[in-house]
Ligand binder design. Structure first.
Ligand code: RNT
Ligand code: ZN
Length: 416
């Protein structure tokens, strides 16, 4: 698209939105300074660099499109390339199994900040801040139960792992001068009926209390609830009820993964309820198709609604945005870029909502007017503002990123 065309369309859009009391320049500015935490695991199907252990823990990548990143250099190159197609400043979300182990086997209860030194340096050089995740899946001791395991030896192994991960996150946060957000997701559950539901939950609460007892200034903790994992369909220790209670009583950030609820549930409606009782939210923006399938995030109603609820709640400073999907059936970098850009589109759309006017209607009981404006807002020239945002930040506008990814595939990923 030509510069003059983009700018002209933006000027017109700015006027249309201004008539409804919406400041498009401000929306673009907020979007620019809202980082998205890019999930490193989209590059390599959640494999990591620890061993060739198959992905376990109730999650699954489907597809075998060629070009998967096979080592640390390839993951870094792919993230760097994906980032070059995205406007704004972004974070990188690492899992423990992506440490720079330099060919050595470092077991999970042995991990140290030194295994992430090169990542800290790389992130600094590439203007990214790091977030982190402990990894309890894909390990011989993963089984069905980790932090909730009644066997004290296994449970202690995972407690030690998670404590060490917090030290890694703390080192990252201190080095980058900004808290590293560390997520704890464990798959613990049961394939079949269990008569020990309460017991495992007690164990999980006590393991977490132990893990979180040490205050670390460079990091923030968050814990992720889930509906079920594959092979663990009958029971999930860390269910939504469990983590709502846990986060509310312990004042811990709640990780809301959009794929982790019943397919008919309205995930966006959880935002305002959770925000009353938990300090912050970490979002794992995903796209469930019939189940927690982790399809590439797109600009769909659930995602639009999610961001609308955050903006309406005035909670952008209490919600951290991260991505969590892993699609191996299409070009992985393409999937990365589509999902991140879609997330930005949804946030921008929320920022452009004529909220003051809608609230005025609602407060004065003018229901027809509210619905009419909600409907009309859907066809406002949103695309012109989105194009301008990308243009202003020097990244491809519209479908211009498609040939760039095709070139990267031809030159790089297809040769792997
Ligand atoms: C799994 C959780 C978790 C993982 C990542 C890899 O259902 O969503 O967040 O996807 O940690
Ligand atoms: Zn998740």
């Amino acid at each position: 698209m030509k510069e003059a065309q983009i700018l002209k369309a933006y000027e017109q859009a700015r006027e249309r939105y201004a008539e409804l009391g919406v400041d498009t320049d401000k929306a673009v500015e907020i979007l620019e300074r809202t980082p998205i935490s890019l999930h490193c695991w989209q590059t390599d199907d959640v494999v990591g660099f620890e061993s060739s252990q198959a992905l376990s823990g109730g999650i699954q990548t489907t597809g075998n499109y060629p070009g998967r990143a096979r080592n640390i250099d390839e993951v870094r190159a792919d993230v760097k390339f994906a980032k070059s197609l995205l406007a704004g400043h972004h974070r990188l979300n690492l899992h423990e199994i992506y440490g720079d182990f330099k060919g050595q086997f470092v077991d999970r209860d042995q991990v140290e900040p030194k295994h992430f030194e090169s990542w800290i340096q790389w992130a600094r050089e590439n203007d990214m801040k790091l977030d982190f995740n402990s990894t309890s899946f894909s390990h011989p001791k993963s089984g069905d139960l980790t932090l909730a395991n009644p066997d004290p030896v296994i449970r202690q192994f995972w407690i030690e792992h998670t404590k060490r991960c917090r030290k890694v996150a703390d080192a990252m946060g201190k080095a980058q001068g900004d808290p590293c957000i560390m997520n704890i997701w464990i798959h613990d559950g049961s394939k079949d009926i269990t008569v020990e539901r309460k017991r495992y939950r007690e164990l999980l609460a006590s393991s977490l209390d132990d893990i979180l007892s040490e205050k670390l200034g460079g990091m923030k903790d968050c814990v992720e609830a889930k509906l079920f994992g594959i092979g663990l369909e009958s029971y999930t220790v860390g269910s939504m009820d469990f983590f709502e209670g846990y986060c509310a009583t312990r004042k811990v950030m709640y990780t809301l993964d959009t794929g982790h609820y019943e397919p008919t549930e309205n995930v966006s409606d959880k935002v305002s309820a959770l925000l009353l009782f938990v300090p912050e939210l970490m979002l794992h923006v995903s796209r469930p198709v019939r189940w927690d399938s982790d399809h590439v995030t797109i600009m769909n109603d659930p995602t639009l609604d999610l961001f609308k609820e955050i903006v309406r709640a005035g909670a952008l400073d209490r919600a951290h945005i991260g991505l969590d999907y892993f699609d191996a059936s299409i070009n992985r970098i393409g999937a990365y870029v589509i999902g991140t850009r879609a997330t930005q589109k949804c946030l921008l759309s929320a920022l452009l909502e004529p909220l003051a006017k809608l609230r005025e209607y609602e407060d004065s009981g003018r229901g027809f007017q509210r619905l009419a404006l909600l409907e009309e807002a859907k066809t406002l020239p949103f695309g012109a503002v989105y194009d301008y945002f990308n243009f202003k930040n020097g990244v491809p506008v519209g479908p211009e990123f498609i040939p760039e990814i095709e070139k990267y595939e031809k030159d790089i990923t297809s040769k792997r």
